[in-house]
Design a protein around this ligand. Structure first.
Ligand SMILES: NC(=O)c1ccc[n+]([C@@H]2O[C@H](COP(=O)([O-])OP(=O)(O)OC[C@H]3O[C@@H](n4cnc5c(N)ncnc54)[C@H](O)[C@@H]3O)[C@@H](O)[C@H]2O)c1
Ligand SMILES: [Zn+2]
Length: 398
């Protein structure tokens, strides 16, 4: 428990449950929205998911516009096209509909609509100058927690790097989490996004606490605060639920109970990490994701056990708790890491960097890039002192 006061931030409201999207009409009325612009992708349009969001809005008298050009790990060029389309439509409310990629694209549109410039102008911490354009987020995957988080991640195509912007202003006005929208989510996306949720919760739960965090260099404004009791509650419940339900959701996409519990786990993970922080796994995934074609979740899932091993000496007790939450009775931190490895294997996440197109020569450059993401070095329980320390972990994962 940190000695200094802590704050907990979330989306303005959270609407959760089966068929929650049917409430969108009432929500739009309450917000006095007349023109609603949905930012989404072709896959979800063809799957009929966009229609399920659009119908309650049109029934409430809203005029609805749609941008269906989003693509995974959104390139900045897509954000630019979405912004142009949104501006032409002149909406009074934006809806980000999809996985983390579409929700993040919508968040970036909301920044640029309110403050001008380009998404790349806002990369980093606390660089959004004020409230963004009104935004509702509706997830169709169970993983990123973007619907409640303060982050938006995109691909800077010029720099070939995943980058993010973090700001309390980026928490959506309303998160509408309807597990029924995740039913048709493909196996691979279910596995990748599910293990991303686990990574969020484990990194948040084992992060430094706020007092340690404040003592670490460098200072400066950030939305991450280190661990606090509220984030711990959410992280531990997320870990428990992922342990119980992720395999089931991957094995049978129509298992509604598993889908519902995973949707809940992902939202909890998003609340935990977006207050406490994510750490070294995420820092190490960013350069990998920018260089080879791997989803954010699969990259994190691959790296997670290697980073847990690096952190083990300073988080022995916490890892034992993680193991117990995931059903491991042998109370030992190594056993907890093996439980995560077993889950990773069972759901088909790659286990070696060499298997996803990473060459040995790429590793020193990755280590430099990861080490330069200071806010994520700062939250990690064992703070890396050099890029070489990170290189050793990459080499083990290779
Ligand atoms: N903002 C945050 O807080 C945050 C946190 C973690 C990750 N992220 C980012 O989120 C992105 C990953 O998001 P993701 O894992 O949700 O995947 P995604 O949004 O990239 O989606 C992957 C694919 O799955 C399809 N899909 C999604 N839902 C579907 C459904 N219900 N039915 C059929 N197809 C469906 C999409 O159309 C897409 O083609 C990455 O860019 C990552 O960096 C953001
Ligand atoms: Zn993540």
């Amino acid at each position: 428990m940190p000695l200094s006061p802590w704050t907990f931030h979330s989306a303005g409201s959270l609407v959760f449950g089966r068929e929650a999207v049917t409430q969108l009409g009432d929500i739009a009325r309450r917000l006095k929205a007349k023109r609603v612009f949905i930012i989404t992708d072709r896959v979800l349009l063809d799957a009929g998911i966009v229609k399920r969001v659009e119908e309650p809005l049109t029934a409430a008298g809203c005029v609805v516009g749609i941008f269906d050009g989003c693509t995974p790990e959104p390139p900045v060029t897509v954000v630019r096209s979405a912004t142009e389309a949104a501006r032409a439509f002149k909406p009074d409310l934006l809806v980000g509909l999809g996985g983390g990629s579409n929700m993040d694209a919508a968040k970036l549109v909301a920044i640029v609509m309110a403050h001008g410039g380009d998404a790349t102008d806002y990369v980093g911490d606390c660089r959004v100058p004020g409230p963004v354009f009104p935004l509702i987020c509706v997830p169709t995957t169970a993983g990123t927690g973007s619907e409640v988080s303060a982050a938006a991640v995109f691909t800077d195509t010029e720099k070939k790097m995943k980058v993010s912007t973090l700001s309390q202003y980026l928490r959506p006005l309303i998160a509408v989490v309807d597990p029924m929208l995740t039913i048709g989510c493909p196996k691979k996306v279910t596995a990748d996004s599910g293990i991303d949720a686990l990574t969020h919760a484990i990194e948040a739960y084992t992060a430094v606490n706020q007092d340690e965090f404040m003592k670490r260099p460098p200072g400066g404004e950030t939305v991450y605060q280190g661990k606090n009791p509220m984030a711990d509650l959410m992280a531990t419940e997320c870990i428990r639920l992922v342990g119980l339900y992720l395999r089931r959701a991957v094995a049978d996409g129509n298992d509604i109970e598993a889908r519902e519990q995973m949707a809940w786990a992902a939202t909890l993970g998003g609340l935990a990490f977006s207050n406490a922080g994510v750490a070294l796994v995420h820092a190490m995934e960013y350069p990998v994701g920018g260089a080879v074609h791997v989803s954010h979740g699969a990259g994190n899932g691959l790296l997670l056990p290697y980073v847990m091993r690096y952190n083990m000496t300073v988080r022995d007790g916490d890892f034992m708790a993680v193991g117990r939450l995931m059903g491991e009775t042998n109370a030992d931190a190594n056993a907890a890491i093996r439980v995560v490895e077993k889950l990773r294997e069972d759901i088909g996440i790659p286990t070696r960097l060499r298997d996803i197109g990473v060459t040995k020569e790429m590793l020193p450059g990755f280590a430099e890039k990861a080490f330069s993401i200071k806010r994520l070095m700062r939250t990690n329980p064992q703070m890396p002192q050099s890029a070489d320390e990170i290189l050793t972990i990459y080499q083990e994962a290779w």
